[in-house]
Design a protein around this ligand. Structure first.
Ligand SMILES: Nc1ncnc2c1ncn2[C@@H]1O[C@H](COP(=O)(O)OP(=O)(O)OP(=O)(O)O)[C@@H](O)[C@H]1O
Length: 849
């Protein structure tokens, strides 16, 4: 084995398995053996062979892009660089620079700017679920523990980590847990869908975790973060720090602290609800048409990420909600200033991620340029904010923005106008900033003038007018003489190379000058680097203040975006309190409303359908349960979703699409909507529906908001009806109150429950009949619907007329028959009584045949 191959194997041996090693050889990163085969397949690189060794290479300057693709394919990539300048004939030292994995990458082009990027560690024991999560690109670091995994899984799902770490064997243990341990199965379900990295179990021990966390944060104890050293989530936190350190090949330098997340302080949105209500992604999996997209008007990526965090864990803190609302209110008042502010924010760069890279040794001149541009905006932003009334929430926010006077003066003075992406290119320090650098640079320019003068002088001396002084990377400087003039070449020329058209020569003085030029360039680059490092140090000295200012800017950005949104769509400020009512006057669905106005929804004659607003009144102890019936396509699902979305928007501090709205704080929003199946994991549509319903019935409190759409539809009519019925009764079971619930159904029979369940109210979505047609008016009105118009809607959908006619005949027959069933065993205070339900479909069908 060659010494270089030995070096390769030594590095490779130390890597975790499944990690591709990119080994720097000159201007290329090479991969060998199986790595070469995998990478050539994933990246479309040519697979070559040296001897028996398969290899594939990629140019080092394009590495970021290729690595991005490998990470996206779920691979981990180790980068091994040359640790000293190469010398001919000598094996250069090489060292592992960093390992990149989907959860620990920091390069801007490998991260979605508008999304947080979490690495998460999980451990489960008798005391419950312990979790830690870390966004290495911004330094956000949190832990949480909860005896009930169900309380943590919602927020973890919303965070959508790019990578998980668990103790070896944990995944298998969760998978094979006894069937009734549903929490463990949910945990397995959550983990199995992601990239999971196993770590030895001892990395998850609490005491060791506490030590490595303190060590990384540079603190002597965790009291400053309000955490005891025995907090069980310190185990996973330690595992995260260990894994990040391994990957960065250094301690992560940008962790700012450790915060505890408490589920009791946030509105929980369980995973099914996040999906059903299309909070972060639409049902098609795109961000477009999600609630997030509908309410995001941020001008900066840090703002977009903050909004994502607010939505993932809406607060239950009324003071905080009111603070956000008031700032939106102040901004709305001053429309021209709001426009100015947004213009300034658009020039704010991604400071949290820039700092993350600078602190973790990923440095290039453009990052400093980003800081410079942002700092330039600060005085203007503060000036705009100062023109709002003093003593307000906005002025408090403004006071958290620092000015960084000396950095703001230093960076524009030091940095050139155009910045290269690579330090090696040089030229990023402005002329006039440093006299030493200017002197070194002038040597280079002087030398270049010398070269052009040499060319002129040699042309004269030799009488060869085509004589040229040229430069290539391989040969350095030389004099080029064409074939026709070779007889004129003076004796002191030294021949170096023959080309197709002529010969290349050097002279002693040219060789000497070449040395001087290279030396001067090298010295200039070295001086630039020195100055660059001083600038980085000056920036990092302010890193804490910069990070705080960046947080404030992100907040301002989200809130200014909401002010624009509220103006654009005529939103109003909701009233939030700790009561348990929910009143919405003229509420609209934020996403559907925007879609109806989108260019694609505008018809050929230039009109678009307007969204029809509707009211809602719910109260835990009064109108607790709204049962909504109505024809297909009438707007039931839209209506119940809009209530949930308005509530959620209100609780993150956003204004809401309603004329007015009052929300008594909600601790959880649950939803069971539509039919989705999970066939890949062995669950039928009905099973998913029942799982989700079970979760709601087991976990809802009197403070929760529940929306249920067509419960029981996935099974036979009677089974479905009975289940729906029992679910309604269960939700109404409290003596005086229960969770605020909206229940949309096609089971007309359920409307009769209004007579027996005191807190149930019937509503329906009205339609108008026109001959045999129906017209949707989208109005929710009190009282039950009388029929479901399924056949008319089916006709609108284009079912063949013969089928429609036949269906009508069958329906007429079914409706003339009558049978009765007993009410299921009644909850107290309900007299036993018979109500009519549809006849047994099976029998009647037979008689029709
Ligand atoms: N208030 C409204 N204003 C305008 N358009 C609406 C309104 N509500 C619903 N729509 C439109 O009507 C369509 C059907 O609504 P939705 O899916 O809520 O009906 P549904 O009653 O739940 O139907 P089904 O019972 O068949 O599931 C929606 O796609 C939406 O575009």
């Amino acid at each position: 084995m060659t010494p270089m191959m030995q070096q390769y194997h030594e590095v490779k041996r130390g890597l975790p398995r499944d990690t591709l090693l990119l080994f720097r050889l000159g201007d290329f990163y090479e991969m060998f053996f199986e790595d070469a085969e995998i990478a050539s397949r994933l990246l479309g690189l040519t697979l070559t062979k040296r001897g028996e060794t398969p290899m594939a290479g990629l140019p080092y300057h394009a590495a970021d892009n290729y690595v991005g693709k490998l990470l996206a394919a779920g691979k981990k990539v180790a980068i091994c660089d040359q640790a000293e300048p190469a010398k001919a004939g000598k094996l250069v030292k090489r060292q592992l620079t960093r390992i990149l994995s989907p959860g620990t990458t920091l390069a801007a082009n490998q991260l979605d700017a508008a999304r947080n990027h979490y690495l998460c560690a999980l451990a489960h024991d008798k005391a419950g679920l312990h979790a830690a999560w870390l966004d290495l690109s911004t330094g956000e670091f949190k832990i949480a523990t909860d005896p009930r995994p169900e309380n943590l899984l919602p927020v973890l799902t919303a965070l959508d980590p790019a990578e998980l770490t668990v103790a070896e064997g944990a995944l298998e243990a969760w998978k094979t847990a006894p069937h009734e341990q549903t929490a463990l199965h949910a945990l397995h379900h959550f983990a199995a869908a992601r990239l999971v990295t196993d770590l030895p179990a001892y990395q998850f021990e609490t005491a060791g975790g506490a030590r490595s966390v303190m060590n990384t944060l540079g603190v002597l104890n965790l009291e400053g973060f309000g955490l005891a050293p025995t907090h069980p989530a310190l185990g996973p936190a330690g595992a995260l720090v260990y894994y990040a350190t391994e990957n960065l090949c250094a301690k992560p330098e940008n962790l700012r602290g450790l915060q505890e997340y408490r589920s009791a302080r946030t509105l929980l949105l369980d995973p099914a609800t996040l999906r059903n209500l299309e909070i972060f992604a639409s049902s098609r999996g795109t961000r477009e048409a999600s609630l997030l997209a509908a309410i995001n008007r941020s001008a900066t990526s840090a703002g977009a990420r903050l909004l994502e965090r607010w939505l993932a864990a809406p607060t239950l803190d009324l003071v905080e909600i009111h603070r956000r609302q008031s700032i939106v209110g102040e901004l709305i008042q001053q429309s021209t200033r709001l426009v100015d502010l947004r213009g300034l924010l658009a020039n704010v760069r991604d400071i949290p991620r820039i700092l993350g890279r600078l602190q973790n040794r990923l440095r290039n001149p453009r990052e400093l340029g980003g800081i410079k541009d942002t700092l330039n905006q600060l005085p203007h932003i503060r000036a705009v904010l100062a023109s709002f009334s003093s003593g307000s929430q906005l002025s408090t926010l403004s006071s958290q923005l620092q000015e960084f006077t000396s950095l703001r003066e230093l960076l524009p003075r030091a940095l050139a106008e155009e910045l290269p992406a690579d330090l090696a290119d040089g030229g990023y320090i402005r002329a006039g900033y440093d006299t030493e650098l200017d002197r070194l640079r002038s040597l280079t320019t002087d030398n270049k003038t010398w070269l052009s003068e040499l060319e002129r002088a040699e042309q004269e001396r030799t009488s060869i007018r085509s004589l040229k002084v040229r430069f290539t990377n391989n040969f350095g400087y030389y004099i080029e003489i064409t074939k026709a003039n070779l007889h004129l070449v003076p004796a002191d020329y030294i021949r170096r190379q023959t080309t197709v058209n002529g010969e290349r020569y050097v002279t002693e003085s040219l060789k000497q000058k070449e040395k001087e030029i290279f030396h001067a360039e090298e010295n200039a680059l070295a001086r630039e680097l020195e100055l660059f490092n001083q600038l980085i140090a000056a920036v990092l000295d302010e890193s804490v203040a910069l990070a705080q200012t960046a947080d404030t800017l992100a907040e301002l950005d989200v809130l200014a975006g909401w002010a624009v949104l509220a103006r654009e769509w005529d939103y109003s400020r909701p009233v939030l309190d700790d009561g348990d009512t929910l009143e919405i006057v003229e509420g609209r669905h934020p996403v559907v409303e925007q879609m109806l106005k989108s260019p694609s929804a505008i018809t050929a004659n230039g009109t678009s359908q307007a969204f029809v607003p509707n009211d809602t009144v719910l109260a835990a102890d009064d109108a607790q349960l709204a049962l909504i019936t109505g024809p297909n396509m009438a707007g039931k699902s839209t209506y119940i979703r809009q209530v949930a979305l308005i509530t959620l928007m209100a609780q993150i501090g956003c204004w809401t699409p309603a004329k007015s709205c009052r929300v008594g704080l909600v601790d959880r929003i649950f939803s069971r909507v539509g039919a989705s199946d999970d066939l890949a994991r062995g669950n039928s549509t009905f099973m998913v529906e029942m799982n989700e319903t079970a979760n709601i019935l087991n976990n809802a409190t009197d403070r929760s908001l529940i929306i249920l759409d067509e419960i029981g539809r996935g099974t036979s009519t009677y089974d479905g009806l009975s289940i729906a019925w029992a679910v309604v009764e269960h939700l109404h079971r409290g003596e005086t109150k229960g969770p605020r619930t909206l229940f949309a159904t096609h089971y007309q029979e359920l409307t009769q429950l209004e007579k027996h369940l005191t807190r149930l109210r019937n509503f329906s979505v009205a339609v108008k009949e026109w001959n045999d047609d129906i017209v949707f008016v989208r109005r929710v009105i009190p009282g039950a619907a009388d029929r479901s118009y399924g056949i008319q809607v089916a006709r609108l959908a284009g079912l063949p007329l013969s089928v429609i006619d036949r269906a009508k005949t069958i329906l007429a027959k079914l409706e003339t028959d009558d049978t009765s069933v007993e009410l299921p065993s009644a909850p107290k205070a309900r007299p036993k009584k018979k109500i009519s339900v549809k006849p047994d479909a099976e029998d009647s069908q037979l008689s029709l045949l």
